[in-house]
Design a protein. Structure first.
Length: 183
C-alpha cells in the first residue's frame, strides 16, 4: 500500500502584506505538520486557477488561537488571497502513527472489526466522524445498520491495530438495538 493522503489544514484569509495567511488547522500535530521547511501538498478548491501543487512552510506563529503561516510560494498579500481555500495535505507512510500513542489517524481505524467486551462481533468501523465535542466511530452492523459510537475511552476501551479490532463497551441503543426496537 502506498501512503495515505491526509488533510492537515486549509488556507484562509491573508494577514498583513507579506504573504502571511490564516490556516484552519485540521491536525492534532500542527507543530509537526507546519514546521519550517515542511513541504505540504496543495489541493486548490474546484474552480480555482491556482497552479500551486505544493507549498513550503517558511514560518508559522500563533495569533491568539489562529495559526498564521508564510509559504515560500506565496510572497505577498495578493498571492495569499489567491491561495485562499487551498487544502494542505501530507502523505503518510503506512507505518506512520501520531506521536501520542493514544491517538490514531482515521485510516488506521476504518476497517477495524468492532467487538463488544464479551468478544461478540458488533460490526466494522466504516468512518470516523469529527464532531464539535468529540470524534465518533461509525460502526456498520452485520444487519446493515450504522451506529455512531463516541470515541472516548469509556466506550472504546481498546484499540488493537495489530489485531485489527476495537472493543466497544456496548449498551442497548448504542450499537445493539434497544429491546423495544427489535419488535
Amino acid at each position: 500500500m502506498d501512503g495515505v493522503e491526509v488533510v492537515v489544514g486549509r488556507i484562509g484569509k491573508p494577514h498583513g502584506v507579506r504573504g502571511e495567511a490564516t490556516v484552519a488547522v485540521h491536525t492534532d500535530e500542527p507543530e509537526r505538520r507546519f514546521a519550517p521547511g515542511s513541504v505540504l501538498l496543495a489541493r486548490p478548491p474546484s474552480g480555482s486557477h491556482s497552479a500551486l501543487h505544493s507549498l513550503t512552510v517558511v514560518s508559522t506563529r500563533w495569533h491568539g488561537s489562529t495559526l498564521l503561516a508564510r509559504f515560500a510560494e506565496v510572497p505577498d498579500r495578493a498571492s495569499a488571497e489567491a491561495a485562499r481555500g487551498i487544502l494542505l495535505a501530507v502523505v503518510l507512510d503506512p507505518g506512520d502513527s501520531p506521536e501520542d500513542p493514544d491517538e490514531y489517524y482515521d485510516h488506521q481505524l476504518v476497517g477495524l472489526a468492532a467487538y463488544d467486551q464479551e468478544g461478540s462481533r458488533l460490526g466494522e468501523v466504516t468512518a470516523v466522524v469529527h464532531g464539535g465535542a468529540q470524534d465518533l466511530l461509525s460502526v456498520r452492523t452485520p444487519d446493515g445498520r450504522d451506529a455512531l459510537v463516541p470515541f472516548v475511552a469509556a466506550l472504546v476501551p481498546e484499540v488493537d491495530l495489530a489485531a485489527g479490532r476495537v472493543v466497544v463497551a456496548d449498551r442497548p441503543g448504542l450499537v445493539t438495538p434497544l429491546p423495544e426496537d427489535d419488535r
